[in-house]
Ligand binder design. Structure first.
Ligand code: 5GP
Ligand code: ZN
Length: 115
């Protein structure tokens, strides 16, 4: 179900502007407002899913599509030497927007483990 107050649902509906990177009938990718690297793209299902822990088996394909789109964007941007795809799950992990999103971060040296 679409969520009227969800900011990423608003981005999907075009009610909040975004710098689109990729779109198809299932997913949308756009530039993060507060980039943490030269590439920082968010890839989201168009369907409202609150986060990974709320996803069900029915969502398996779209979650996979988000990751594969991130890999394609990384290929297109020539950052395949090293990038990270990240889902923050829950407030303690830093999840602040409760619409599932894959962060694609790259274009710089990334340290491990993340903070
Ligand atoms: P989280 O902290 O939930 O894992 O990630 C949420 C991300 O969404 C953050 O990196 C934040 O910068 C980004 N963000 C929050 N609001 C907006 C917005 O309105 N537009 C865009 N493009 N990014 C946003
Ligand atoms: Zn949403």
């Amino acid at each position: 179900m679409p969520s009227p107050d969800c900011i990423f649902c608003k981005i999907v509906r075009g009610e909040i502007p975004s710098k689109k990177v990729y779109e198809d009938e299932h997913i949308l990718a756009f530039e993060d407002l507060n980039p943490q690297g030269p590439t920082h793209v968010l890839v989201i299902p168009k369907k409202h899913i609150a986060g990974l822990k709320e996803a069900s088996l029915d969502d398996a394909e779209v979650v996979g599509r988000c990751h594969l789109a991130a890999a394609q964007i990384a290929r297109d941007r020539n950052i395949e030497n090293g990038y990270r795809t990240v889902l923050n799950v829950g407030p303690q992990a830093g999840q602040s927007v409760f619409h599932l999103h894959v962060h694609l971060i790259g274009g710089r040296q990334l340290s491990w483990p993340p903070g």
